[in-house]
Design a binder for this molecule. Structure first.
Ligand SMILES: [Zn+2]
Length: 176
């Protein structure tokens, strides 16, 4: 079981040349944008990364994430446990031009010249792995709370709280 914190930064180019594996854990409060989508600080995030080069000389990073966190049930608004799982291979690039020239099956990760922020990388992947809406199983859902939520208030809350979608929109790569 992983216990050491995930390093914050990594030189992706050197790591890929070495074929390095990097692993560690994070807490929801380590990831500020992700934390705003959760219902509490409880939880753990395990990360395993493997940096390597493919036969075309590209720099790739495989990112495997398993997370147990608390999200809000969209029916009764109470916290519920959620398991998030993500396994993505990204092409590490250094410029927008390189990103645009990737084959369509590869998603780019635009790296900094020397050290890249691994926590931000993990955060983006976690946000993408979230379901748009989570609900308790019907038997566990707090129906009493639902009954007291005024429809008008719910609509107002929806209008003022942009929810996970707005964050997702920012993350989506622009496809031409
Ligand atoms: Zn519920």
């Amino acid at each position: 079981m992983l216990t050491d914190p995930l390093p914050i930064t990594l030189d992706m180019r050197k790591a890929a040349v070495r074929g390095a594996g990097i692993s560690g854990v994070l807490k929801p409060r380590d990831l500020r944008r992700f934390r705003t989508l959760l219902a509490g600080d409880e939880g753990d995030i395990s990360v395993q990364m493997h940096c390597f080069r493919d036969e075309d000389g590209r720099y790739l990073v495989r990112v495997e994430i398993e997370a147990n966190v608390q999200v809000s049930c969209q029916r009764c608004l109470e916290a519920m446990p959620e398991h998030l799982s993500s396994d993505t291979t990204l092409a590490v690039v250094w410029t927008d031009t390189e990103a645009a020239n990737l084959p369509t099956y590869l998603e780019p990760f635009i790296a900094a010249e020397t050290t890249s922020n691994l926590w931000e990388l993990v955060e983006d992947e976690l946000i993408l792995s979230m379901r748009s809406f989570s609900y308790h199983d019907t038997a566990q859902c707090n129906r009493t709370a639902v009954a007291f939520v005024e429809p008008q208030l719910t609509a107002e809350a929806a209008a003022t709280n942009p929810g996970p979608f707005s964050v997702l929109d920012q993350l989506k790569p622009e496809k031409k």
